[in-house]
Design a protein around this ligand. Structure first.
Ligand SMILES: Cc1cc2nc3c(=O)[nH]c(=O)nc-3n(C[C@H](O)[C@H](O)[C@H](O)COP(=O)(O)OP(=O)(O)OC[C@H]3O[C@@H](n4cnc5c(N)ncnc54)[C@H](O)[C@@H]3O)c2cc1C
Length: 311
């Protein structure tokens, strides 16, 4: 007997997706912070066509969903997602080695850091900045990921987008309207998703690519704390650093439950083992309030809270 209270039309979904529909799926293992409750239902997609077909079908029958890539920029609530999650494992890659300039087409579920390494192995430059960024290419387009002076804006040629009303489209940089850790997709969340992207590359001597990547990874290891986290919690306010403000507010090392503001980097919140989403949220609220009270700066979240939250 089905004892769970469903918000989704679960019978309709079971009939449509058969054993592809997984129910009551714990989401913590699908997040880099290892935090969060369960999704009422989850469907894994393995390639861009399957992603498009599944999303279109869901939109057609009026079902909203959350698309999850590497789960490295989200905090899932303790009560999880009373709805449907699409887990993106579309990972096909094709290098256009003879085009001028060379480029790489990749489906949106590929790990972005792994794609950067593949490009380097083929002696293509352009993605060295992305080495070590967890999460998928789709998540990186959605949030205009960036590091070490590079970002998605600087390397994307086009993205293949699935729009809920207009279907498959090719979006240029203008359409994506990238700003600091944001894009047109983020501003209209739920309206469109990334199926694939084509990134521009350049030919380069392997030792130069290798050296850049090593330098970036070394800097990352030196400045970013290890442990389960979501990366930078807040966006840097104009002309300052969220981590510096949190440090100056005396909050480095502050712990609530099993969540801690890293003693090494004030903008990294670490799950020390069994942290709940509400532990992390309490630290977020504390950091925002303390920094606003002391410095008059409103820290804006870089990560996204997903699932059911009281406030
Ligand atoms: C240790 C650590 C270091 C990090 N360092 C960096 C860094 O240097 N620079 C940086 O920019 N970020 C960094 N991050 C944050 C994170 O890795 C990036 O934001 C990454 O691009 C998120 O991708 P994801 O697949 O994990 O997205 P998710 O967390 O799965 O999703 C984030 C958002 O993107 C949406 N989304 C995901 N896939 C798609 C898609 N295909 N189409 C449309 N929407 C989609 C989701 O619905 C959600 O709203 C770091 C995180 C960690 C944990």
């Amino acid at each position: 007997m089905d004892v769970m209270a469903h918000l989704l039309p679960i019978k309709e979904l079971r009939a449509a997706f058969k054993d592809r529909l997984l129910e009551a799926v714990p989401l913590a293992p699908y997040t880099s912070a290892r935090i969060g409750g369960s999704a009422e239902a989850l469907i894994v997609v393995h390639n861009a066509d399957e992603l498009a077909d599944t999303a279109l079908h869901l939109w057609e029958i009026g079902i909203e969903f959350v698309i999850l890539g590497g789960g490295s920029n989200v905090l899932v609530s303790d009560s999880g997602i009373q709805g449907l999650v699409l887990l993106n494992k579309a990972r096909k890659v094709r290098f256009n080695e003879t085009s001028e300039p060379p480029s790489v087409y990749a489906e949106s579920g590929i790990n972005f850091g792994a794609l950067a390494r593949q490009a380097a192995q083929k002696e293509f430059s352009g993605l060295e900045w992305a080495a070590g960024i967890p999460g998928t290419l789709g998540g990186a387009v959605f949030g205009n990921a960036g590091a070490h002076g590079g970002d998605m804006y600087g390397c994307l040629k086009v993205a293949e987008i699935l729009h809920r009303e207009k279907g498959k489209q090719t979006w240029s940089l203008d359409d994506l309207d990238f700003t600091y850790r944001s894009s047109a997709l983020k501003n209209k969340a739920g309206q469109a998703l990334v199926l694939s992207a084509t990134l521009l590359l350049a030919r380069e001597k392997p030792e130069i690519i290798e050296e850049k990547m090593k330098k970036n990874l070394k800097h990352r290891r030196k400045t970013q704390p290890p442990g389960a986290s979501m990366g930078s919690m807040f966006k840097n306010p104009l002309g300052d650093y969220a981590g510096r403000l949190i440090d100056a507010a005396g909050l480095k090392g502050k712990q609530i439950g099993a969540a801690q503001i890293s003693p090494l980097h004030g903008n990294f919140f670490i799950n020390q083992g069994e942290a709940s989403a509400s532990d992390v949220k309490a630290l977020i609220d504390l950091a925002q309030k303390t920094v606003a009270d002391q410095f008059g700066v409103n820290l804006e979240l870089e990560i996204e809270l997903i699932g059911e939250w009281n406030s």
